[in-house]
Design a protein. Structure first.
Length: 86
């Protein structure tokens, strides 16, 4: 394998990694009530966007997991909170 081919493969891997990071970072900011999410690998739904005078950006959400458990004030930037993908 020539050096050019090796370099091209490395560049392709870096581009793919960059796209994955951008996809992950972009998804963590826009949640609304009713959005289906996964939290620590468990499926749930956003029940409240904690947005108000103390937090105008709405940086935390409350969710209800499939089993009925409610978890409050989860940071939307958390890596364990993700959009549900079927």
């Amino acid at each position: 394998m020539s050096d050019i081919n090796k370099i091209n493969k490395i560049i392709d891997k870096l581009n793919e990694a960059s796209e994955n990071l951008q996809r992950e970072n972009a998804q963590g900011r826009i949640y609304g009530v009713g959005t289906i999410v996964t939290y620590q690998g468990k499926k749930g739904v956003v029940t409240d966007l904690n947005k108000g005078s103390k937090d105008p950006a709405g940086s935390t959400v409350d969710i209800r997991l499939d089993g009925g458990k409610v978890i409050e004030k989860i940071k939307v930037s958390s890596s364990i909170l993700q959009f549900f993908r079927s």
